[in-house]
Design a protein around this ligand. Structure first.
Ligand SMILES: O=P(O)(O)OC[C@H]1O[C@H](O[C@H]2O[C@H](CO)[C@@H](O)[C@H](O)[C@H]2O)[C@H](O)[C@@H](O)[C@@H]1O
Ligand SMILES: O=c1ccn([C@@H]2O[C@H](COP(=O)(O)OP(=O)(O)O)[C@@H](O)[C@H]2O)c(=O)[nH]1
Length: 474
């Protein structure tokens, strides 16, 4: 069996920054995928070094071998804080108002991708499958090809892919997209993002998408397909039944003293729609004065990408908004929003999810959103909570038994909160049963197997890309 060489910006090693529980879905998903496979996970340690040395720190933790490099401050500033998180992240989440174009960012991005290529190259054996992740590393595959790597290489994008009319605002967009065509397989979270990618290839590059869903490019055949990511269902369910989860559940339940609870768990990111969520909750309190002292919103929001100005801004905005809402609706014995700026281990989160009657997952745009799936997996099957889910999360395409909302519509979300809180048990059970089945059937193991199968076999996309092309416009 071929080894898997996974390459991502973020690697989940104990030494990595944020390992305490705020690393986001990519790290969580890859950790469990790699535990199942022989191979190596390569990437940035999350640490800074004065001068880049290319030194590989190899570790074996919990069944996963990792190889990490440290980056120098200029790399972190231009590549991670710069091109990845000030340019591509906002653009890929449809926020061209926040997108910054700076020549130094682009140069730093290419330099760090080259450093990744130089460092990982010696780890790749002839039969290995190479699987690159996310927007930080789009040109890595083409750099490895230049170094003579002939292995099968795949790319999976964890974020949305933007509509063509937004993407063309990126200087040198053609160069970036063309570099992606060095991969043999390009995976997206949903058919929608896949459709936008294919639209770009057709309209901007004049490429034909084959009837078999493949792209012929310079004598090579590339498969582009949707592979929706899932959670490690078995591991999460086990954790959700642990003593740690029970303790977290019991403590939280006791603290709300009989009130109903809504829960949100998100990195502190403008894409997660936290401001709109708080306003919707405030509207619910204003429109339902009889309920106002009976319901509490717990928002867990570990800080993320704190060196980027737009993230500092959203943090300030939310602090101000929470203060206003609590000021307007609190009384001496009751505060409506508990806003917590720290991360928790997932076993504790599982207990928190179970304690909440409603899961509020309302991003303005999100590649998938694993919190939505975790909320469902953590519920008691005989008395489950209700998931309110943004129609703009990738997860919504698989979870239409949730209450789907437009997170921009404060009225709609407020009314949906009321509906969720008063939903009869029979409807809660029937919705939850279907959601749980989908979360169980489409777990992270299924995701990894599907991607690796296509990468390994070079198999045709079986019409999926063609469906997306026919059914969606960018
Ligand atoms: O590494 P950070 O800068 O701290 O950010 C954390 C991760 O955020 C993003 O996660 C995405 O991947 C999830 C799993 O596929 C998906 O559910 C979610 O919708 C995405 O936002 C980012 O794409 C990762 O690279 C980051 O590691
Ligand atoms: O305090 C926290 C907050 C979040 N997470 C995890 O971070 C992931 C967030 O993934 P998601 O796909 O929802 O969003 P992302 O942060 O990757 O954009 C989920 O597995 C959460 O359980 C965590 O472990 N502790």
């Amino acid at each position: 069996m071929s080894r898997l060489i996974v390459i991502s910006n973020r690697v989940s090693v104990p030494k990595a920054a944020g390992a305490a529980g705020a690393q986001g879905g990519l790290a969580v998903a890859l950790n469990s995928a790699l535990r199942e496979n022989r191979g190596i996970w390569f990437g940035w340690s999350g640490q800074e070094t004065e001068e880049f040395t290319g030194h590989l720190d190899m570790q074996r933790n919990d069944g996963v071998t990792t190889a990490t490099i440290d980056l120098e401050p200029q790399d972190i500033e231009e590549y991670y804080n710069g091109y990845a998180n000030r340019t591509l992240w906002p653009l890929f989440h449809y926020r061209i108002d926040l997108t910054e174009y700076d020549r130094n960012f682009g140069e730093g991005y290419e330099r760090v991708n080259r450093r990744f290529a130089d460092s990982v190259r010696p780890l790749i054996d002839q039969d290995d499958l190479v699987w690159v992740h996310d927007y930080h590393l789009l040109p890595l595959g083409s750099m490895l090809r230049t170094q003579g790597v002939k292995n099968r290489m795949g790319l999976f994008l964890h974020t949305p892919w933007p509509p063509t009319r937004l993407l063309v605002s990126l200087p040198f967009h053609e160069r970036l997209v063309e570099s992606m065509l060095a991969y043999d397989v390009i995976g997206f979270q949903t058919e929608e993002w896949l459709g936008s990618f294919l639209h770009y290839l057709e309209k901007e590059m004049g490429l034909d998408i084959g009837t078999d869903g493949c792209i012929e490019y310079q004598g090579r055949r590339i498969v582009a397909r949707a592979f929706p990511i899932g959670i490690d269902y078995a591991e999460f369910r086990e954790g959700a039944q642990s003593a740690e989860a029970d303790e977290a559940h019991d403590k939280l339940k006791a603290s709300v003293r009989g009130r109903k609870m809504l829960i949100g768990v998100d990195r502190l990111d403008y894409s997660k729609g936290l401001g709109e969520r708080f306003e919707s909750f405030s509207r619910f309190l204003a429109d339902n004065p009889d309920q106002a002292s009976q319901v509490v919103l717990l928002q867990i929001a570990p800080p993320s990408r704190g060196d980027v100005a737009s993230y500092q801004q959203i943090r300030e905005d939310l602090e101000r908004k929470t203060g206003h809402i609590n000021g307007a609706h609190a009384d001496v014995a009751f505060v409506p929003i508990r806003y917590v700026n720290r991360g928790y281990p997932r076993r504790q989160l599982a207990g928190f999810y179970r304690a909440a009657e409603v899961g509020l997952v309302t991003p303005l745009r999100d590649g998938m959103n694993l919190v939505a799936k975790e909320y469902v997996a953590a519920q008691k099957e005989d008395d489950p909570g209700v998931l309110i889910l943004s129609q703009f999360a990738g997860a919504a395409l698989q979870m239409d038994d949730a209450l789907l909302v437009n997170p921009h519509s404060i009225e709609h979300v407020s009314e949906t909160i009321k509906r969720a809180l008063t939903m009869p048990l029979a409807e809660r059970r029937s919705r939850h049963e279907k959601l749980l089945q989908s979360v169980r059937d489409n777990d992270v193991i299924h995701w990894r197997q599907e991607f690796v199968k296509v990468l390994f076999a070079g198999a045709l996309a079986q019409g999926s890309a063609q469906d997306a092309k026919a059914g969606l416009s960018a």
